[in-house]
Design a protein around this ligand. Structure first.
Ligand SMILES: O=C(O)[C@H]1O[C@H](OP(=O)(O)OP(=O)(O)OC[C@H]2O[C@@H](n3ccc(=O)[nH]c3=O)[C@H](O)[C@@H]2O)[C@H](O)[C@@H](O)[C@@H]1O
Length: 437
């Protein structure tokens, strides 16, 4: 510091004060000038950063907006192409349907969409790709559908504007409504999601259908869980369904009542299908057969629930291909809706069918079959069924579906699980005989 001062100031004493003062003024001025320059630079940088950030957020928002957006000529063209039936004119099977499949990237939705497409019907899918379970599986299903010419829109059934637009672009003859919040026990974790999809979403969809001209016929997924605490076996469509054991079941039962209202007031043709624990390739990872398979292969324990008095739980497990036949049979036999311009012109069909397998299997038996096909022993924790909405058993009477839809399940649990395991190993990259199996 000392050295610096000496260097800066001349040694002549008389001049020192003046020169020092002048020098100090210069210094101060320089200093002031550089501070204000720095201040200006700082201001400039702040302004640049702020405009960069706001530009970024604009880009983010608009890219989100554009990603979630729909509409436009290209979009409409894709929808029309996907919705167009491809049956040869004059073919024995008739002209072909144009079906809007909700939940098309879901398990049952994918299988039904493919089956419809393969026989020459037009299909447009809609799915919100939510994260209830691994969305990458839903995206893989969407790719499979795309490879067969089925276009799946990413959108929510709660979006009334989107639905109105869809009916504007395509006069769908049928709606296969499979979008839902599924899962019995998850309702205790996230009750609102059941109300959002199974109640509010359903009403939004029905509103769009009732306003559509022509009105489509609707086939939709109810559930075996509506039988709730009913203990009269096998479960028949006319049995009591006013004692649900879970919120999930209650929302499905509400769906049956809500669809009845739209049938009664607006003349919508309605078919509700009570599915019984559907399983198979491309299935739902939240279901027991799927999560058991995953855990068994990873050497992790599985929890097997048991009923009161050590009674095993049982389900009327139904293979996906049988369910698909039931869904297509329902679409084929659904009578027309009768309303136009939101007004009913006459009575329209209202039907409810069980789609089950008619031979319940206990959960421990399910585990044994999986062990056999996986060639791995399960580590089982057997615990008493918690009070979480589960019911001890299900068993379908399918006489009505057999009679009216020609529904006849042909795959037993052993055969069905063998097919599931084959798919699972291939999809998740396991190779028999290698060290990963
Ligand atoms: O048929 C139906 O209506 C319903 O079928 C299934 O519900 P659920 O039968 O409970 O099917 P899983 O969750 O696969 O359970 C099957 C059986 O395994 C048992 N389980 C489940 C999970 C577990 O960790 N351990 C276990 O023992 C359950 O108690 C049940 O008895 C579906 O998840 C519902 O979406 C569908 O509506």
């Amino acid at each position: 510091m000392r050295v610096l001062e000496d260097d800066m100031f001349p040694s002549t004493p008389g001049k020192v004060k003046i020169e020092r003062a002048t020098a100090m003024n210069r210094q101060l001025h320089r200093c002031f000038a550089s501070t204000s320059t720095m201040f200006l630079w700082a201001l400039f940088l702040v302004a640049m950063t702020a405009s960069y950030l706001s530009f970024q957020s604009f880009v983010d928002t608009s890219s989100k907006y554009f990603a979630a957006s729909w509409g436009g000529l290209h979009w409409e063209r894709q929808i029309r192409a996907s919705a167009a039936p491809r049956r040869p004119p004059g073919s024995a099977a008739g002209a072909g349907m144009s079906v809007l499949v909700t939940g098309a990237a879901g398990f049952v939705g994918t299988h039904c969409s493919l089956a419809l497409r393969k026989r020459g019907d037009g299909v447009v899918g809609i799915d919100n790709f939510n994260s209830y379970y691994d969305p990458s599986l839903k995206k893989a299903r969407r790719s499979l559908l795309a490879s067969h010419g089925v276009f799946v829109i990413e959108g929510d059934i709660n979006d009334g504007r989107l639905l109105a637009k869809l009916f504007d672009v395509v006069p769908f003859t049928h709606v296969l409504h499979l979008a839902a919040q599924a899962g019995v026990r998850y309702a205790m974790e996230n009750p609102a999601s059941y109300v959002h999809s199974n109640i509010a979403g359903l009403v939004t969809l029905l509103e769009a259908c009732k306003d559509a001209d022509p009105q489509p016929a609707i086939v939709w997924a109810s559930s075996s869980s509506v039988y709730g605490l009913n203990d009269k076996v096998p479960f028949t469509e006319s049995d009591r369904t006013d004692q649900p054991a879970s919120l999930y079941a209650a929302t499905k039962k509400a769906g049956e009542e809500i669809t009845h209202t739209y049938n009664h007031i607006y003349g919508l043709s309605i078919t509700g299908l009570r599915f019984f624990t559907v399983y198979g390739p491309w299935g739902r990872p939240d279901m027991a057969y799927f999560s058991f398979t995953r855990n068994i292969l990873q050497g992790k324990p599985i929890t097997v629930y048991r009923g009161k008095n050590r009674v095993d739980l049982a389900r009327d497990f139904t293979y996906i291909d049988d369910i698909v036949k039931g869904c297509l049979g329902s679409l084929d036999t659904a009578g027309k809706s009768t309303g136009t311009g939101g007004k009913k012109r006459g009575p329209a069909p209202y039907r409810i069918f069980n789609l089950g397998n008619t031979s319940p299997v206990t959960v421990p038996n399910l585990v044994s079959i999986l062990e056999k096909h996986l060639r791995v022993k399960a580590k089982k924790n057997v615990v008493e069924m918690p009070g979480n909405g589960d019911v001890p058993f299900t068993h379908a009477n399918i006489s009505l579906a057999r009679q009216q839809l020609g529904y006849k399940p042909t795959t037993n649990l052993d055969v069905g699980l063998k097919k599931f395991v084959k798919w699972y190993l291939s999809y998740y990259g396991y190779t028999r005989g290698s060290k990963n199996l």
